[in-house]
Design a protein around this ligand. Structure first.
Ligand code: G6P
Length: 466
């Protein structure tokens, strides 16, 4: 059982989603989230094969090659898989647990059974397309059992695993009724990568406290100084590999685009921008409340907030709650502080093309990134990349992984309203040369450590390990 692909990436989602129009016409559109944004250019450079779900239940078109040369291998998930594996165990159990219980995770045996079944399905698909001795790179929390299953099916493969979201402290992780299975699944990999050393340390602590596992070394960035030895004597490397962006994929700015956008917004003094999936981890409500309090105090004269909230996981209760809270706040703030034809919050619950996003990033005087918890947050890096001249200012949550590298940002604690307000005011009113210097330092960081450096660091560590 082997195919002819020497480099295979497997992620829950393909980089494109399948849409079927009422007349039956099928189209593919870019799928949401940072994982896809980061991995697409890597796959294009490697001309690899991408195994994943096309974003709708009960569909699995034939494999096909994209214009950029990536072979897409769709995996079919049933409606039951979608509900139990995707909405259930992945996004209502693991997602809140790994984001430090911002909402309470739910644990259901049926969801877990689906998670196991779907991980088996993904592993079987990979086993079929991967060439003898191929490198397989497994992505994210939806597929944590794949490395272990794949190792049994295809011991010839070189297997890497990367987690795109935070890894919680051992005390939290131990809540999980199926904790041993998840740890064993992950340890099927030759190399396990996290964004931050703190995430890697959490995983190593967990392993150190698990019978039959031995930990040596300490977590390091872009290195694999730490190892876990499994009960059968295999050594698994562990390291931190902070993900980044492909600066080129943001495209060129549209000439006159910024002026046009600012004019559409009523030529405000200050444009403040938020761009997120509509997720309760992102702290969108908190930033709206901070904006509202500053308007109330008369401290943000002539400012508008442009909030892009990409639809996400819309049938899950907690996402519906988050959306209605955000939309209620937008309505209230505009009712209080807007005037005819002049809202103070421009809110779009839509996903926008990259070219338009680029104009928004360029036009924004301040970017607000205020998650309660975030693996990395590539929006912060994209904003910085769009300001090579040092213009603009970034407000960034201390709890976003990006804060480790972008420490020159105006950092805030999103649990503390006064802290968000302080950071926002400093970003708006701070001394221009200080702000410029900070933006330039962050721009240098993002330009040097781009997504190619991330992939190269991970893949060469994986290559050296075996
Ligand atoms: C985050 C996750 C990704 C996920 C993306 C979009 O970035 O780490 O694995 O693909 O969100 O979420 P969705 O549920 O729409 O795939």
């Amino acid at each position: 059982m082997s195919g002819d692909n020497s480099f295979v990436v497997v992620a829950n989602r393909l980089p494109v989603d399948l849409h079927t129009a009422p007349d039956g016409t099928r189209t593919w559109t870019p799928s949401p989230g940072g994982l896809v944004a980061a991995l697409s250019p890597v796959l294009e450079h490697q001309q690899g094969c991408w195994v994943g779900w096309p974003g709708v239940p009960d569909e699995a078109p034939e494999p096909f090659r994209t214009d950029a040369g990536v072979l897409l291998h769709p995996v079919r998930l049933t409606q039951g898989d979608f509900e139990g594996f995707y909405e259930g165990f992945s996004n209502a159990s693991l997602w809140p647990l790994y984001h430090d219980l911002i909402v309470t995770p739910e644990y259901h045996r049926e969801w877990w059974a689906r998670y196991r079944d779907v991980n088996l399905l993904f592993a079987q698909e990979v086993a079929e397309v991967a060439a003898e001795g191929a490198t397989v790179w497994v992505q994210d929390y939806q597929l944590q059992l794949v490395p272990g299953i794949l190792r049994q099916l295809r011991p010839d493969l070189r297997i890497g695993f990367f987690l795109h979201i935070p890894f919680p402290g051992a005390d939290l992780f131990r809540q999980l009724p199926w904790r041993e299975e998840i740890i064993r699944g992950l340890l099927g990999a030759d190399l396990i990568g996290f964004h931050l050393e703190s995430n890697a340390r959490n995983f190593l602590d967990l392993c150190a406290g698990t019978e039959g596992l031995t930990v040596s070394g300490t977590a390091a960035t872009r290195r694999t100084d730490a190892h876990v030895t499994t009960h059968d004597g295999r050594s698994v490397a562990v390291g931190a590999f902070p993900i980044s962006i492909d600066v080129d994929s943001l495209g060129e700015g549209t000439p006159g685009g910024v002026e046009k956008l600012r004019a559409e917004l009523g030529d405000p003094q200050t444009v403040i921008l938020g761009v997120d999936r509509l997720d309760y981890t992102k702290g969108i409500l908190q930033r709206l409340l901070a904006f509202e309090e500053l308007l109330e105090a008369g401290a943000l004269e002539g400012a508008v907030l442009l909030q892009i909230a990409t639809p996400s996981r819309e049938r899950i209760d907690q996402y519906q709650v988050a959306r209605s809270q955000v939309e209620e706040a937008v309505g209230r703030i505009n009712g209080r502080f807007g005037s005819m034809g002049r809202p103070v919050v421009h809110y779009l619950h839509q996903s926008l093309p990259k070219s338009q996003l680029r104009t928004f990033y360029e036009a924004a005087d301040v970017m607000l990134v205020t998650p309660f918890k975030d693996g990395m947050n590539l929006v912060a890096k994209e904003y910085v990349a769009c300001h090579p001249d040092g213009s603009g200012a970034l407000v960034l949550s201390e709890f976003a992984g990006a804060a480790v590298e972008l420490h020159q940002a105006n950092l805030c604690n999103p649990f503390d309203m006064e802290s968000i307000k302080r950071a926002l005011l400093t970003a708006v009113q701070g001394a221009p040369d200080v702000m410029r210097e900070r933006m330039l330092a962050m721009h240098a960081q993002v330009s040097e450590y781009d997504v190619d450096r991330w992939a190269e660091a991970f893949l060469s560590a994986l290559g050296e390990h075996r």
